[in-house]
Design a protein around this ligand. Structure first.
Ligand SMILES: C[C@H](O)[C@H](O)[C@H]1CNC2=NC(N)=NC(=O)C2=N1
Length: 91
């Protein structure tokens, strides 16, 4: 999986509202109704991550879930990150 250059990252981000670049990663925080809803969301993300064999870093703070995506094997952002971001956003 090849790294996206800055222009390609900017174009992908423009089509992925809610996601922001943070260095070699993209980050999104989703706010749910409460902790249980946050856990349900995380479990849906887990299913998508396993299906894609691509796994976000996940931080849970009561009703807020922060997802951080980067392709560790490539050392930065690839299509895999944006493909997973889109599939998460479709839920
Ligand atoms: C063997 C397996 O395909 C790799 O370890 C996968 C698993 N999940 C992964 N997730 C992420 N975010 N980056 C990776 O490079 C990665 N590699």
């Amino acid at each position: 999986m090849s790294l996206l250059d800055d222009g390609a990252v900017a174009a992908e981000l423009a089509a992925a509202p809610g996601w922001e670049r943070d260095g070699d990663a993209i980050v999104r925080t989703v706010e749910l109704a409460d902790f249980r809803a946050a856990m349900d969301f995380v479990n849906r993300v887990a299913g998508l991550a396993e299906a894609a064999d691509h796994h976000p870093d996940i931080t849970i703070r009561w009703n807020k879930v922060t997802l951080t995506l980067s392709t560790h094997s490539a050392g930065g952002l690839t299509r895999k990150d944006f493909d997973l971001a889109r599939s998460i956003d479709a839920r």
